[in-house]
Design a protein around this ligand. Structure first.
Ligand code: ASP
Length: 406
C-alpha cells in the first residue's frame, strides 16, 4: 500500500471521529460544514453513470469471445446467490436464537408513521432490466438497465467488423481511462466529504441516538452480530478456501471504500472507490472488476439480504406471530429477491422489506418499528454489501488464473 493510501485511511478515520463530535455538540450549526458532504456526494454521483458505462463496455470488449463472457457471468451470479443465501441463513439463525422481538413492548401505534407500501413484484425486477429507452435509463440513472445495455453493446462491438471494432474498443478504453483519472481526483477529497456527511447525519439523529438506547438495542445487536459473522467469518473463509487468497490482506486494502460505504450508506456512490481499491491495491484486472463490481453494487447485497430477513422475523416476533418453517423459507427467498431488487442507495432496503411482509402476511405497519434505527444499520449493511462485492471480484479473478496482490 502506498503512503498516500495510508494517509487517506487515517484522514478518513479522523474525519469520522471529528464529524460525530461536531454533529453531536453543534446540532444545526453543522450546516457550515455539511455543504462539503453535499458537494462530495454530487461529485460521486456525477461520475457513476459514465464510469459504469465505459467500465462495462471496455471490460466486456477486453474479454473477447462470447464463451468467455458466459462463463464469467455464470460464475459471478453463482457467487452472488450463494453468499447472499449464506448471509440470510446467518441472520435467520441469529434472530431465532436471540429472539429480539419476543416480549418487547414498544408502543406499536406510536411511531408507525406514514410509510407507503411498495407494490413491486419480484418477476418485474427481471423484466425491468431491459430498458424501453436506453437514453431515458441513462437520464434516470436506472443502473440495472444501463448494465444490461452496456453488456450487450460491448458484446456486439466484439462481433462487429475489425475496423469498427478497433475504433469503438479504443474509444471506450480511452473514455474509461479518463473516468478513472477523474475518480482518483475526486477520491482525494473523501475525508472532507465524510466530515460533512457524517456531521449532518449525527446532528439530525442526535435525539433518537439517545432515546433509542434501550428498547431497540437488542434488535440492533442481533443485526450487527449476524452481519459481523458474515463479514469476518463466512466471507473470509470463502476467500481463503475457494479463492486461495488472503482475506485480511484484502480487507486492509478495502478500508477506504468500506468506510465510505459506511458513511454514505450507498454501494453505488462507493463504487468508484471500490473499483479503485480492488484494482490498484488488491491487483484484480480491469477485465474482472469492470464486470463484477458495477453488477455487484446493484444486485449483490449480502448485508441487505441478511437485514431484510432479521427485520421481518423481528416484526413477526413483536406482533407475536409464529412463523412456520415453510413461512420462514419464504422469508429467505423473498429476502434474496428483495436484496437483488434494492438499489444501491441509502435506505433502499427499508422499502423492499414491505415485499417480504406482504409475502408472509405480516402487518405492513411493522415497518414503523424499524424505521428509527434503519439509517444506522444501513451504514453497516452497506459496508458488508461492498465487502462481499470485492471478495467476489478477488475469488473470480483467482478462478480465472489471475495473479492478484492478495
Ligand atoms: N444502502 C444499501 C446499499 O446501498 C442498500 C440498503 O438499503 O440496504 O447497499
Amino acid at each position: 500500500m502506498s503512503l498516500l493510501k495510508i494517509k487517506l485511511h487515517w484522514q478518513i478515520l479522523i474525519a469520522l471521529v471529528v464529524a460525530v463530535f461536531l454533529g453531536y455538540l453543534f446540532g444545526d450549526q453543522v450546516k457550515y460544514i455539511a455543504w462539503m458532504g453535499d458537494i462530495f456526494l454530487r461529485l460521486l454521483k456525477m461520475i457513476i453513470i459514465p464510469l459504469i458505462f465505459s467500465s462495462i463496455v471496455s471490460g466486456v470488449t477486453s474479454m473477447g469471445s462470447g464463451k468467455n463472457l458466459g462463463r464469467l457471468g455464470l460464475k459471478t451470479l453463482f457467487y452472488y446467490m450463494v453468499t447472499s443465501l449464506f448471509a440470510i441463513l446467518t441472520g435467520l439463525v441469529m434472530v431465532n436464537l436471540i429472539k429480539p422481538g419476543v416480549g418487547v413492548d414498544m408502543g406499536l401505534t406510536a411511531n408507525t408513521g406514514t410509510f407507503e407500501a411498495h407494490e413491486s413484484h419480484i418477476s418485474d425486477i427481471f423484466v425491468r432490466m431491459i430498458p424501453e429507452n436506453i437514453f431515458q435509463s441513462l437520464v434516470n440513472g436506472d443502473i440495472l438497465s444501463i448494465i444490461f445495455f452496456a453488456i450487450l453493446f460491448g458484446f456486439f462491438i466484439n462481433a462487429a467488423k475489425t475496423k469498427y471494432q478497433q475504433t469503438l474498443t479504443n474509444f471506450f478504453d480511452s473514455a474509461f481511462d479518463v473516468m478513472m483519472q477523474m475518480t482518483m481526483f475526486i477520491i482525494r477529497f473523501t475525508p472532507l466529504g465524510i466530515l460533512g456527511i457524517v456531521a449532518k447525519e449525527v446532528a439530525r439523529n442526535a435525539e433518537q441516538l439517545t432515546s433509542l438506547a434501550g428498547s431497540m438495542a437488542i434488535y440492533m445487536l442481533t443485526v450487527i452480530l449476524a452481519l459481523s459473522i458474515h463479514a469476518f467469518i463466512t466471507l473470509p473463509v470463502i476467500v481463503k478456501v475457494v479463492g486461495r487468497a488472503h482475506p485480511f490482506r484484502h480487507l486492509k486494502n478495502m478500508i477506504s471504500p468500506l468506510l465510505t460505504a459506511f458513511s454514505t450508506s450507498s454501494s453505488s456512490a462507493t463504487l468508484p472507490l471500490t473499483i479503485e481499491a480492488v484494482e490498484k491495491d488488491s491487483g484484480v484486472s480491469n477485465k474482472i472488476t469492470s464486470f463484477t463490481l458495477p453488477l455487484g453494487a446493484t444486485i449483490n447485497m449480502d448485508g441487505t439480504a441478511l437485514y431484510e430477513c432479521v427485520a421481518a422475523m423481528f416484526i413477526a416476533q413483536v406482533y407475536g406471530i409464529d412463523l412456520s418453517f415453510s413461512q420462514q423459507m419464504l422469508v429467505v427467498v423473498t429476502a434474496l429477491m428483495a436484496s437483488i431488487g434494492a438499489a444501491g442507495i441509502p435506505m433502499a432496503g427499508l422499502v423492499m422489506i414491505t415485499i417480504i411482509l406482504s409475502a408472509v402476511n405480516l402487518p405492513l405497519e411493522g415497518v414503523g418499528l424499524i424505521l428509527a434505527v434503519d439509517r444506522i444499520l444501513d451504514m453497516y449493511r452497506t459496508s458488508v454489501n461492498v465487502w462481499s462485492d470485492s471478495c467476489g471480484a478477488v475469488i473470480i479473478a483467482k478462478s480465472e488464473g489471475e495473479k492478484t496482490l492478495v
